[in-house]
Design a protein around this ligand. Structure first.
Ligand code: NDP
Length: 444
């Protein structure tokens, strides 16, 4: 057993029943093998063992009262994974599937993603098994207030700066921020994704989706190609999916399919994003509505079928493990050339291997969706400096960050003997900086 295998083996024994965490750690550590082979001092310093163990895990009770007066109790989580290069930074997810395994996999990914942005931010993640679906604004507010009533003592603008994720958008960040400010009596950049009237940054809403398209555009460009005329399939219809669709369409692509957790829409004329936005952002209704409103569009119950829609570019933007080996084979058979992950870990290990063997250009989440957290860091910079940059300024910085990420992971893959393998390239490029910072700071 080599060093990587020993660490993975130990991790699985020490953390049983955490399959998503095992999956993420396996993908990451396998990609880091060439780095630890080049740096034997890492093993002596137990660097990988420390890297996969969160610095701190906070678990707490979130009691709240619904509109009918019934009392509910949810679990709250904050995993402060690694602060070697900056304060912990990472989103909060409110979804019934949330558990420690999912928060830890997201936190581990976040360390390398944040490092890849080139900005000084460490890795963390949090959330709750609370299901916001069907809840009134009042219920959401009371839940967020209760959540923050515990979380506030663990976070701070120089300690840990949470943001949104699945189920946590502008509305929830507003309620969370309001409660933090009320308890601490300080108006600081303790959360990102804030509204523009209270410290938010322009482009933060669009950032993950736009960034995903910018990095894909760069991958196309270096191959003498572009989005123009390409057929694109996007899973999800939330924040990331909507703005990926908007930017891809603005570059001349035709997006033909999207989904929510019930089923997918197919519109061969090209998705009308104004209709999707009205349904998902304004009415918070089901994507099924789209087929009732747009002539010629189809609705299919269930999500998996979306991967049978032929496309040149697939952008999975909903959740983890959306694309398994079978879906990947179907995409390849139907001619997909580029897959860029907007969601976190949407492709399972078999799916990744299918894409890579077929020569598909595969851009992994920690690079491809880093635009969101990068713009959060730009929001933090504006907060600290009491500044407010224009849309064009932030968008230009975001684009440059995404282009740099592409070239950094490309270069790292080449340097470590795995040219074109961006999974390894992204892991290596992100890890090098974190490892150097951890080594410099001693055994902590
Ligand atoms: P949203 O809550 O805005 O949207 C999530 C979308 O995915 C919705 O359309 C939702 O459907 C769908 N979805 C969620 N769970 C499932 C499931 N189990 N099966 C099928 N569809 C599902 O979240 P975001 O757009 O913010 O996040 C999407 C992904 O991107 C996540 O993996 C997140 O971690 C990642 N990400 C987000 C960032 C951001 O800035 N927002 C930054 C980096 C990564 P429904 O409407 O039915 O719930």
């Amino acid at each position: 057993m080599d060093y990587v295998e020993r660490v993975l083996d130990q991790l699985k024994r020490k953390n049983p029943n955490e399959p998503e965490f095992h999956q993420a750690a396996t993908e990451i550590l396998n990609g880091l093998r060439p780095v630890v082979e080049k740096h034997p001092e890492y093993e002596k310093a137990a660097l990988l063992e420390r890297f996969v163990e969160p610095e701190r895990v906070v678990l707490f009770r979130v009691p709240w009262v619904d509109d009918a007066g019934a009392v509910h109790v949810n679990k709250g989580y904050r995993v402060q994974f690694n602060s070697a290069i900056g304060p912990y930074k990472g989103g909060l997810r409110f979804h019934p599937s949330v558990n420690l395994s999912i928060i830890k996999f997201l936190g581990l990914e976040q360390i390398l993603k944040n490092s890849l942005t080139g900005l000084p931010i460490g890795g963390g993640k949090g959330g709750s098994d609370f299901d916001p679906k069907g809840r009134s604004d009042g219920e959401i507010m009371r839940f967020c207030q209760s959540f923050m009533t515990e979380l506030y003592r663990h976070i701070g603008q120089d300690t840990d700066v949470p943001a949104g994720d699945i189920g946590v958008g502008g509305r929830e960040i507003g309620f969370l921020f309001g409660q933090y400010k009320r308890i601490r009596n300080e108006h600081v950049g303790v959360l990102t994704g804030r509204g523009l009237t209270y410290g938010g940054s322009l482009v933060r809403t669009e950032a993950t989706g736009y960034g995903l398209v910018y990095i894909t555009e760069e991958a196309l460009k270096v191959r003498g190609d572009s989005f123009k005329g390409k057929t694109v399939v996007i899973s999800g219809s939330g924040n990331v999916a909507i703005y990926a669709c908007e930017k891809a369409q603005s570059l001349g692509a035709k997006v033909v399919a999207m989904y929510d957790s019930n089923g997918y829409i197919y519109d061969k004329a090209g998705i009308r994003l104004d209709v999707v936005k009205q349904i998902k952002e304004v009415e918070r209704a089901r994507i099924k509505e789209y087929a009732a409103r747009v002539k010629g569009a189809e609705y299919h119950e269930g999500c998996k079928g979306i991967w049978s829609v032929p496309c040149d570019i697939a952008l999975p933007c909903a959740t983890q493990n959306e694309i398994d080996g079978d879906s990947a084979r179907l995409l390849v058979k139907n001619g997909v050339k580029y897959v860029a992950e907007g969601a976190n870990m949407p492709t399972d290990l078999e799916g990744i291997s299918v894409f890579q063997k077929a020569g598909v250009v595969f851009l992994p989440a920690k690079a491809a969706n880093a635009g969101g957290v990068a713009t959060s860091a730009l929001e933090m910079a504006q907060s600290s400096g009491r500044l407010f940059w224009s849309f064009e300024e932030v968008d230009a910085k975001l684009k440059k960050i995404m282009v740099d990420i592409y070239h950094n992971m490309d270069k790292a893959a080449e340097e470590y003997g795995c040219a074109g393998d961006y999974v390894a390239g992204a892991n290596i490029a992100g890890f090098i900086k974190v490892a150097a910072a951890m080594m410099a700071q001693g055994v902590v």
